[in-house]
Design a protein around this ligand. Sequence first.
Ligand code: ADP
Ligand code: ZN
Length: 292
Amino acid sequence: MILGGIEAGGTKFVCVVGTEKGEILERKVIPTTDPEETLNAVIEFFGGQSIEALGIASFGPVAVDPAHPNYGSILKTPKLAWADTPILHILQEALGCPAVIDTDVNAAALAEAKKGNAWDAKSCLYLTIGTGVGGGFYNGELLHGRLHPEMGHILLPTGLDGFKGICPFHGNCLEGLVSGPAIEAQAGKKAELIEEEDPVWDVVAETIAMGLVNFQMILSPERIILGGGVMHQCHLFPRIHRAFYRLINGYLPFTEDQVKHHIVYPGLGDDAGSVGALMLALNSLEDKRRVR
Ligand code: ADP
Ligand code: ZN
């Protein structure tokens, strides 16, 4: 079965053609400019392929509930040109196949649960730590709620080292404290250029662990996957494991060894979003069959 997937991001749209097993057969990267130009290029790419369904893993905020009056539209966003763009509707009309949209991080959680490092877990939290911080949750289905989770904006205490955070809305939310730009603001240089020995990483790891403890207490995930550019710093994993274990403080039944297998990197690497888009496409076909 040939499916289409789009990982729609603020800088690029990664379009893939692949199978229901999540194998990627073809890929095209289209820069994110204005909606008309970008979506026309997307339509041109998929128009030449015979896809049975399309999955869109989108930046947010996006209306992901089919009952929402603006289902499938990008909502109020700092990327002003894209606000109110009915992205799902436009692509569905142009390509004439079933299509479904969800957040990029929900799609990544789905992909990791089906094909990645949470294949053996019943529930999976996926957190990306990059330009922003966002999270998705799969527990047999993807968590939407009133809009969709905005896990990067949970509020955390300031003052681990006096840094107040850079989120324009909250200052010291998780994103305001540990996103790539937040780390850069603390250290005075790009996150990828900071040495492993720099004490800023201890603060970053402690803050990430604090966020993860909160997610653990609320959602009780069986596995936590950490992706995004910042997590390319592999030394963060053992630091986060130690801090998570210490902060849980025996309240939940975790051994130190279990924590190492509980919080892991994405098995699909940077393809989690694209594979997730293919899994969304597959879901849309299954939904359709169920309705019939
Ligand atoms: P995006 O979030 O824009 O989709 P990324 O997940 O690659 O893209 O995140 C980009 C952010 O991650 C930037 O702030 C960058 O400084 C940071 N980053 C990228 N690579 C690394 C790295 N190897 N180590 C630390 N930070 C990194
Ligand atoms: Zn915030």
